[in-house]
Design a binder for this molecule. Structure first.
Ligand code: PLP
Length: 428
C-alpha cells in the first residue's frame, strides 16, 4: 500500500503522517502490531489531544468565572472550545453544549423537552438506533404518558424503512429521534429528509450523529435539525459529549439546573462543573481534523478563520480513503464461506454507508470470533453495542448478536488483509 493517496480533487491524504499522530497505534499484542478495528466504540487520540489535556491541567486548571489568572484562562479556553465545536457542527458557539457523554445529554434534553409534552403526544424513534436515542424518550412514556413509536428497518440491508417512517409521523408526533449513521451496521440515514418530514409535521428533530461524526462533515444549519448530539471520543477526542440545540429551543426550554447557575447560553445547559481538561481535548480533536484538511489543501488559511473549510477538506479525503478500505473489506468478507453479512453490501449503494460492518460466522459465535481476533491483536466488538432494537429485529440478540468491525481513517489496507485472513482461517 502506498503511504500517500491522492483524491479526485488532487488533495493529499498521507496515511503515514496520520498514523504518526496517534502514539497508541504503536501497541504490540502477542508479538503483532495491534489493529484497532474497534473505532465505533471509541477512537484513539492524536498526541495533540493528549498535550491539550495535560497542558490545561498543568497550567490553567481552575473553576470558571474567578478573578485570577488560571480561572480567566479557563474561561477563555471554554469559549474557544465552543467556537471550535461550532466550526465542527456548522453553528454558533452558544448553540454548542458540552456534557459528560451523548447519553447523559440526551436524557437531560429529552426530560426538558418532555416538560412541553402532553399525554398522548408521540415520539418517533427507529429500529436502527442506539438505545441512547430511544431509552430517554421511552422514559417519558412512564413519566408523562407519551407514546413512543418506532420506524422499522428493511432487512437484510438494514436500511431505515422510510415508508414506515412517513406512515408513523402523525398529527400527534412531537419529536422524531433518529440516527445519522447506524453504529451496528454502518447504514447512513437520509437525515435531511427525516428532518424535513419532522418539520413538516410540526415536530422537533433530534439527531444522533455519534456514529457519523468520525466519517463525514456535519452541517446542522443546512440540515435544519433542532438538536444534534455527538461524542468527541468517537472522533479522536476524549470521553465527552456535545450537543447542538437550535437557539430558539435552548432559550425557551427549561433545563434542570441549580438556581445560582447562570441563565445565559450555553451555561444554563452545562450542568455543574464539567471536565475542563476534556473540553480542552475536544478543541484539540477538532483542530486535529482541521489539520488533516490543511495538509490535504495547504492553501486553506491558518487559524480559526479557515477551520471550517479545513474540516470540510479533511472529510473529503477521509471519505475517499475510508471508501477504498470499505470496498476491500466488504468484498473480502462476502467471499468468506459461512459468513452472513448484515447491512448494505452492494458497492453501488456504498454512498449510503460508513465503514462499519456487522457479520456472523456459521461456525463461531460473535464472542468467540472477537476473542480469536483479539489474541491476534485485532480489536473488534461483539454483542449488540446497545443497538438492541436492531439485534432483536435481526433475530440475533439471544444468540450473541453480531461481530462489529469498524474502520476509521487511521486504519490501513494491511490491517484489513490481516482481519480477512484471520476470519478465513476461522471460517474454514
Ligand atoms: C450511535 C451511538 N449513539 C449514542 C451512543 C452513546 O454515546 P455516549 O457513550 O457518548 O453516551 C453511542 C455509543 O456507542 C453510539 O454509537
Amino acid at each position: 500500500m502506498s503511504s500517500t493517496t491522492t483524491s479526485k480533487t488532487s488533495a493529499v491524504f498521507d496515511i503515514s503522517w496520520v498514523r504518526a499522530q496517534f502514539p497508541s497505534l504503536r501497541l504490540v499484542v502477542n508479538g503483532r502490531p495491534a489493529a484497532f478495528l474497534d473505532a465505533p466504540a471509541g477512537t484513539q487520540v492524536p498526541k495533540q489531544v493528549v498535550d491539550a489535556i495535560s497542558n490545561y491541567l498543568l497550567h490553567d486548571n481552575a473553576n470558571t468565572a474567578g478573578a485570577f489568572v488560571t480561572s480567566r484562562r479557563t474561561d477563555a479556553m471554554l469559549a474557544s472550545a465552543h467556537r471550535a465545536m461550532a466550526d465542527f457542527l456548522g453553528c454558533d458557539a452558544d448553540e454548542v453544549h458540552f456534557g459528560q457523554n451523548m447519553t447523559t445529554l440526551t436524557f437531560a434534553f429529552a426530560r426538558a423537552i418532555g416538560r412541553e409534552l402532553k399525554p398522548g403526544d408521540e415520539v418517533l424513534t427507529t429500529t436502527l438506533d442506539h438505545d441512547a436515542n430511544v431509552a430517554p424518550w421511552r422514559a417519558l412514556e412512564a413519566e408523562r404518558g407519551i407514546v413512543v413509536c418506532q420506524a422499522d428497518v428493511r432487512v437484510p440491508e438494514c436500511t431505515l424503512d422510510m415508508d414506515d417512517l412517513r406512515r408513523k409521523i402523525t398529527p400527534r408526533t412531537r419529536v422524531v429521534a433518529a440516527g445519522y449513521a447506524a453504529n451496528a451496521v454502518g447504514t447512513l440515514n437520509d437525515v435531511a429528509e427525516i428532518v424535513r418530514l419532522a418539520r413538516e409535521a410540526g415536530a422537533l428533530s433530534f439527531i444522533d450523529a455519534v456514529h457519523y461524526a468520525p466519517h463525514g462533515p456535519i452541517d446542522v444549519k443546512a440540515l435544519g435539525c433542532d438538536f444534534l448530539v455527538c461524542s468527541p471520543y468517537k472522533f479522536f477526542g476524549p470521553h465527552m459529549g456535545a450537543l447542538y440545540g437550535k437557539r430558539e429551543h435552548v432559550l425557551r426550554l427549561h433545563p434542570y439546573k441549580v438556581r445560582p447557575a447562570p441563565e445565559n447560553l450555553p451555561d444554563r445547559w452545562e450542568t455543574g462543573t464539567l471536565s475542563h481538561e476534556g473540553i480542552a481535548g475536544v478543541a484539540a480533536a477538532v483542530d486535529y481534523i482541521a489539520g488533516v484538511g490543511r495538509r490535504a489543501v495547504p492553501s486553506i488559511p491558518a487559524g480559526d478563520a479557515g477551520r471550517r473549510e479545513a474540516i470540510l477538506a479533511a472529510y473529503d479525503v477521509i471519505r475517499e480513503y475510508e471508501g477504498g478500505l470499505m470496498r476491500k473489506l466488504i468484498a473480502g468478507l462476502v467471499a468468506i464461506p459461512g459468513l452472513t453479512f448484515y447491512g448494505i453490501s452492494d458497492p453501488a449503494r456504498f454512498t449510503w454507508r460508513v465503514p462499519t460492518v456487522g457479520i456472523r460466522l456459521a461456525r463461531s459465535k460473535p464472542a468467540e470470533i472477537a476473542a480469536f481476533l483479539g489474541e491476534r491483536g485485532i480489536f473488534t466488538w461483539d454483542g449488540n453495542y446497545y443497538a438492541v432494537n436492531l439485534t432483536e429485529r435481526l433475530g440475533v440478540e439471544s444468540d450473541g448478536g453480531l461481530l462489529r468491525i469498524g474502520l476509521v481513517h487511521y486504519n490501513t489496507a494491511e490491517e484489513v488483509d490481516r482481519l480477512l485472513e484471520a476470519l478465513r482461517e476461522l471460517a474454514t
